[in-house]
Write a protein that binds this ligand. Sequence first.
Ligand code: 5GP
Length: 335
Amino acid sequence: MLFSNINGINKKKIVLFPHNNPDGDALGSSLALLFYFRKLKHDVDLISPTEYPESFQWLPGTEDILVFSKHTESLVKKKIVNSDYIFFIDFNNFSRINKIKNLILCSKAKKILIDHHPYPFCFDFMFSDPTVAATSILVFRFISDMNNLDKIDKKIATCLYVGLMTDTGFFRFPSVTSETHFIAGKLIEKGIDINSIYDHLQEKYNENRLKLLSKALKKLKIIKKYRTAYTSIKSSDINFDSYKPEDKEGIITYGLGIKNIVFSVLFFEEKEKFPIKISFRSKGNFDVNMFARKHFRGGGHRNAAGGTSEKNLYESIKYFLNIIPYYYKPLMFSI
Ligand code: 5GP
């Protein structure tokens, strides 16, 4: 029914939403769908709930992204109200588009999820598979299920490949399977420039990012007994005049680079306000998604998750340190 409507001759009004501060997979998947639906001659808008990282500005189609803000609120509202279909891409929980949640919930449009996070909310149509490495795999499957693989051109392939690369840590994470490589191969056949994509995605350090990293590394604590590393960033560590959310990207992975450490945690205090944002990363079978859900109202994937704490930074860390002994066995035996 959905496929025949979208593949049909009637023009539909479609709105695509990635999550707040969209990453390479959310943005790549959304842009790929933007180009794809345009090819099917639909009227389609891509709305980002917040600014997207500058580092992705090179992606084709970013000039067409409508960023939600006070200035665009009434336009966004109009587009949502008039839409036939709203796609939610790379998230499964409305808390990740908090600013526009209420606008969306009022809309009568059919709501469609394309996402790889576990425990999704219920939508009208769900393309959800937590076993895959990236949402862009599900977008590829979605296009394939509609028998439209021939519609994937170089631009769509580039966007999907960025999703694959960023959510698999450049094809390194355990979630990578033969399907991931099969799809990568199909995208390469569309003529994408993998060297140039790699060059754009390579870790780029600006002054802010390095300063933040050095502050976080100075505070890095190791708890050998629990194979855990944690650190924190205080609002006073941040120069908010020039700070961008992507400046903290990658800081958390340093803890995991230490021999025998399987659990890395970053506490982040933004502008002395609550909640404190917490990122979790793990190696092996220690499930940070469960940990984040149980203790920090969060979620994510088995090896990468996030959450929040209403306590102040000091109390949040104290709470974490009180919990961690209960995980002695899973941390000790994580392989
Ligand atoms: P990060 O630590 O990079 O912010 O997030 C890692 C992953 O955890 C994200 O891809 C996302 O899936 C998930 N995540 C981060 N923060 C939250 C949160 O507050 N709630 C939920 N449900 N998931 C989160």
